[in-house]
Design a protein around this ligand. Structure first.
Ligand SMILES: [Zn+2]
Ligand SMILES: [Zn+2]
Length: 287
């Protein structure tokens, strides 16, 4: 087990009710030497749900921070972890679904806020409007059911107040929910979607684990001036020269790291390990 001088033997409260401790706790306990505990009766649904009943508070990072702050107030502890996931089209290619996970660490003793992140196209995030049990079963087969659970809404265009059945994990539950939905839906259709809550979605759990590893990497990157953890990348500078004509390209030539505590910043040349750009990336050689 590794021990981090600022965190060894401290207790971190993890704001979750969806079993995220299964992936987050072993990583942080192993890498930092902290003890992760999950408070009883901490309802994270009030900060927003994927199934539209409760709208998320603020941005993704604001929502994660608010969970961490709330769990600190509730328990009187000084170290908190919270995570928040979003799903949507990939920023670069709108037809590919994408999952962004953030894991935040708030340390009141040392005045630290560090955020790990993972952006992944590994997700089963999807939905379909179906009007038969066969269509529902076809959809289930494409999203990794029953290891991944499903949600059925009793309407083809679900709104916040519509009745929904979540956490569907067996064929029997699926048949029952879809039949019930088809019978009670006004237009004879139901909206079926993937359940994105962590405990019902092992693919999402993997992305939460990856963002926790990113958090650890950031924690282990200390400021060369004051040795505070979380010496973070704040800017990438474009202009890596083309290997053939030496003109600047869109690729990164330098990265700027900055300390949130003392403000010290440092530029690192060639952060991606490349000193020249492939001419295929050059506007002049390969217009
Ligand atoms: Zn510093
Ligand atoms: Zn060139």
């Amino acid at each position: 087990m590794n021990h981090h001088p600022l965190f060894t033997n401290r207790v971190a409260v993890l704001a979750t009710m969806h079993h995220k401790e299964k992936v987050i706790a072993p990583i942080l306990e192993q890498e930092l030497g902290i003890k992760v505990v999950v408070p009883k009766y901490f309802n994270t649904d009030r900060f927003g749900t994927f199934t539209r009943e409760i709208k998320r508070v603020g941005t993704q990072i604001e929502a994660a921070r608010l969970k961490a702050e709330t769990v600190l107030t509730m328990t009187g502890e000084t170290l908190a972890i919270a995570s928040e996931g979003t799903f949507g089209p990939h920023p670069g290619s709108p037809f590919i679904p994408c999952n962004r996970e953030v894991v935040i660490l708030l340390d009141k003793t040392n005045g630290l806020e560090i955020i790990g992140q993972e952006i992944s196209t590994e997700t089963n995030f999807n939905h379909r409007i179906v009007n038969s049990l066969e269509e529902a079963q076809d959809f289930a087969d494409t999203i990794g059911f029953p290891e991944h659970a499903l949600v059925v809404s009793l309407s083809s265009s679900p709104r916040s107040q519509d009745e929904i059945i979540k956490g569907i994990k067996t064929r029997e539950q699926l048949v029952e929910a879809v039949q019930f939905g088809l019978n009670s839906s006004k237009d004879g259709k139901v909206y079926i979607e993937t359940d994105m809550r962590a405990l019902y979605n092992p693919t999402r759990m993997k992305n939460i684990a990856a963002s926790t590893h990113d958090l650890v990497r950031k924690l282990n990157h200390a400021c060369p001036n004051c040795s505070c953890p979380g010496f973070e990348l704040v800017q990438r500078i474009k202009g890596l020269p083309c290997a053939y004509c030496h003109a600047p390209t869109q690729l990164t030539i330098a990265a700027v790291y900055k300390c949130q505590k003392c403000g010290f910043s440092k530029e690192k040349l060639f952060p991606d390990g490349l000193e020249k750009a492939d001419p295929a990336q050059c506007l002049y050689c390969n217009p």
